[in-house]
Design a protein around this ligand. Sequence first.
Ligand SMILES: Nc1nc2c(ncn2[C@@H]2O[C@H](COP(=O)(O)OP(=O)(O)OP(=O)(O)O)[C@@H](O)[C@H]2O)c(=O)[nH]1
Length: 101
Amino acid sequence: MSFTIIVGNKKDLKDQRRVGVDEGRDLAFQIGCSFYECSARMGIEHVKKIFHDIVRQIRSVQNFKATLNHRKTSKVELTKKFLCRYFMCHGLRPTVRDPFL
Ligand SMILES: Nc1nc2c(ncn2[C@@H]2O[C@H](COP(=O)(O)OP(=O)(O)OP(=O)(O)O)[C@@H](O)[C@H]2O)c(=O)[nH]1
C-alpha cells in the first residue's frame, strides 16, 4: 500500500517562493492526493499535523479493507461509501491545508 501527498515546506520564506499555491494544488488534483504547505521553522506542531493526516488516511484504507473481508453488503456499495467518505474528508478538489486551520 502506498500513499502520495505533496508537501510544500518553507512556507515562511514568502519572498523566495518559486512554486505557486495553485501550481501545487493543481498537481495534487491531477494525481488525486492531498496537498499541504507548511513551515518546519514555525515549529514541530506545524509538521506533526501532516503526519497525523497521513496516518488517518492509512487507517481509513485499512478499515475499508477489513470491512471488505467481513462484508455483509456488496463490494460495490462499500466502495461507494468509502469513496464518498474519503472525498468528503479530503475534498474532491484538494485544497491548501494549513495544519493550524
Ligand atoms: N525558513 C525555513 N527554513 C527551513 C525550513 N525547513 C528547513 N529549513 C532549513 O533548510 C535547511 C535545509 O534543511 P534540511 O532539513 O537539511 O533539508 P534538505 O531537504 O536536506 O535541504 P533543502 O533542499 O535545502 O530543503 C536547514 O538550514 C533548515 O534549517 C522551513 O520551513 N523554513
